[in-house]
Design a protein around this ligand. Sequence first.
Ligand code: ADP
Ligand code: ZN
Length: 292
Amino acid sequence: MKELYGSIEAGGTKFVLAVGNEDLEIIERHSIPTQSPTDTMPAVIDFFKKFPVQSIGLGCFGPIDLNKNSSTYGYITNTPKLDWHMYNIVGVLEKELAVPVAFTTDVNAACYGEFVAGAAQNLDSCVYYTIGTGVGAGAINKGTFIEGFSHPEIGHMTVNKAKGDFYEGNCPFHESCLEGFCAGPSIEKRTGKKGEELKEENPVWEMISFYLAQAIYNTTLFLSPKKIILGGGVMRQAHLLDQVKDKFQKMMNHYVEYPNIDEYLVLPSLGENSGTIGSLALAKEEKIRIHK
Ligand code: ADP
Ligand code: ZN
């Protein structure tokens, strides 16, 4: 029998739990709403108690403490979700389930999925963005997550305001940031409708694509990744990717010669499974690392 691994995508609205095998095939999946830790965590633990998993990969909303030398390693730290503020999510899982937990950000986990088994699987670098309820990105170079004193917070980069956009932004921390201007809730606040209900002609897409093009431009200049993958609910707007490509190319104005645009800027090839497959792969590696 193949060995089993666990995956947790801990998001602001839901926790997606999954069990997969060493070939990263998903065997069972279960989704629960994100409430307080006292409601959500017992359900997470009950789910995994049914399976003999070797280890768990956890891609978590943040900010989180990833510094293994820190006394708060494994904690969710300065989150506006007050119930989860300074919550030791790794400690609770390791104690209750007695398995090692590979811990990273939600966007790093999705980035890793695309890196090992998706759009960037034959490359040694990539960046993965999610444009959903929030905006975030994970980055890999030479097979390693880009990290410094902590994980990057690419979703909160400063962007220039689009012409005719009178919306004040949706980020409680910053006046003029990417997430504040192009996450799903900002689209709803501007138009009174959810992104999925809006037609291609709606002028809001000109604004959203302008902000995303700036993000791709900055990412290209800073990291020079071999591929940039745009995921998350907002990218389900079929026309949006082409609009972003167009604006990004104009903005770059041939200053940097990046790869062919249709290969450089793509949608996730694992669809909704990038995060789950990435977390399973991280769980598998954690198990290998621990048993070396
Ligand atoms: P989350 O970020 O919560 O994990 P999603 O990535 O699915 O979840 O993003 C949810 C956001 O994406 C919501 O704001 C929703 O309105 C928006 N969204 C979902 N589908 C579409 C669509 N087809 N077009 C535009 N926006 C969409
Ligand atoms: Zn912000």
